[in-house]
Design a protein around this ligand. Structure first.
Ligand SMILES: *Cc1c(COP(=O)(O)O)cnc(C)c1O
Length: 429
């Protein structure tokens, strides 16, 4: 079922799924199979030639994973999606078809700490590089783009601070330069924000977080809007010219708006092997079915807790964009009208020492490196997720030593506030 005229609540349960043709099983089975029998030699040849779509080998495609791909693509308003083993894998899978040695990507300073490290260090080994820019300033983004820039990358609602990116302003800049905008929509989810409607070319996810929603499996996804014209200039030869890694196929000619998705499967997954397994797809499919219900509660709890923290004397400031005091508050209505998600930071009076005491004193909140769980989570970013960053990078990312990051869960909000209250008392004693 892919009829996008249905409402979000219907699509999050049904998109991509149909009763199992062999057994009638109503829930999508976990197709725990590595390979698929070809009807005959001609069928096999057609599949390998990409003349017919079907299943060959689960490094490339798997029926359970395919349902999740169609579901996330539908929820994001894209034409196709490729799932992979983690959010970090999704970022490499998004860049792989459009980058080459010597090319660069212009990225926001406000990103998940692991992404800052991936972009500032690891991608250099592929001959790629990243330029970090303050995305609150679209002119600075435009100024950073040069002849070798092949993409612009940001998070819709940024981890850890919950800052909102003005995607319309940024996509105007990437459009003018003739390059794609890649938006990490992990923190907002397609229920709160639909980056493609604001001009994104590709949307990446760590499905590990809210899409699965209960901290059980890692996974990632790249969604293609199908709207980018890869042939408009000569910057994207893997898509617009004969691709030597697939016996000279011109993906943009053969697959039209599905070029990026087919490239991701036929070459990205085939050669990089960052495949999502069907068990993970199953857990994430179950998560997507309740996404809107969970996000509404995550947002309601986060709003109450952010307001309570902001009014508390033991707290210096709270970064939640849903607060009237936030410099990003005016972007909520435009970018994420159903709420600013449930991830934000707050600064504790007493600095590093008080943060460590706070984290150790909480009873309901868990001290973990994750977000988007049913459970409320807290982490001291400067000593963990953002530890590899310089002091300057930590400040730019909103993860200074006096700051803790919370991911507000689905528990009773009064219990969460009471827990923060007792732990703040111990931290400031
Ligand atoms: C967690 C996270 C990632 C990385 O995802 P993994 O599934 O852990 O590889 C990327 N971006 C954001 C915003 C994240 O929160």
């Amino acid at each position: 079922m892919t009829d996008t005229t249905y409402g979000f609540d219907t699509l999050q349960i049904h998109a991509g799924a149909r009763p199992d043709p062999a057994t009638g099983a109503r829930n999508t089975p976990i197709y725990q199979s590595t390979a698929y029998v070809f009807r005959d030699a001609d069928h096999a040849a057609k599949l390998f030639n990409l003349e017919e779509v079907g299943y060959i080998y689960s490094r490339l495609t798997n029926p359970t994973v395919a349902v999740l791909q169609e579901r996330i693509a539908t929820l994001e308003g894209g034409v196709g999606a490729v799932c992979c083993s983690s959010g970090h894998a999704a970022q490499i899978m998004a860049l792989f078809p459009i980058m080459q040695p010597g090319r660069n990507v212009v990225v926001s300073t406000r990103l998940y700490g692991g992404t800052v490290t991936q972009f500032s260090q690891t991608i250099k080994r592929f001959g790629w590089s990243a330029k970090f820019v303050d995305f609150d300033d679209p002119k600075a983004v435009a100024a950073a783009i040069d002849d070798d820039t092949r993409a612009v990358f940001c998070e819709a609602v940024a981890n850890p601070g919950g800052h909102i990116t003005d995607l319309d302003a940024i996509s105007a800049v990437s459009d003018a330069a003739g390059i794609p905008l890649i938006v990490d929509n992990t923190t907002a989810t397609p229920y709160l924000c639909r980056p493609i409607e604001h001009g994104a070319t590709l949307v990446v996810h760590s499905t590990t977080k809210y899409l699965t929603g209960n901290g059980s499996v890692t996974g990632g996804c790249v969604v293609d809007s199908g709207k980018f014209d890869w042939k408009a200039n000569d910057k994207f030869p893997s898509l617009s010219q004969p691709e030597p890694a697939y016996h000279g196929t011109v993906f943009a000619d053969t697959f039209g708006p599905m070029a990026f998705t087919f490239h991701g499967i036929a070459i990205g997954l085939r050669d990089l092997g960052m495949t999502m397994n069907p068990q993970a797809a199953h857990y994430t499919l179950m998560g997507t079915e309740t996404l809107s219900l969970r996000m509404d509660r995550h947002v309601a709890n986060a709003e109450k807790i952010a307001q309570w923290l902001e009014a508390d004397d033991r707290v210096d400031y709270v970064t939640y964009a849903g607060l009237k005091s936030s410099p990003y508050n005016h972007l909520v209505a435009k970018i994420c009208p159903k709420g600013a998600s449930a991830l934000f930071t707050f600064a504790v009076k007493g600095g590093y020492e008080a943060c460590v005491k706070l984290v150790d004193s909480l009873e309901i909140f868990s001290h973990v490196a994750n977000l988007g769980d049913t459970r409320s989570l807290i982490i001291h970013s400067a000593s963990t997720t953002h530890r590899q960053l310089t002091a300057e990078q930590q400040e730019a990312a909103g993860a200074g030593p006096n700051v803790v990051r919370v991911s507000i869960g689905l528990e009773d909000v009064n219990d969460l506030i009471a827990d923060l209250d007792q732990a703040l008392s111990k931290a400031s004693a």
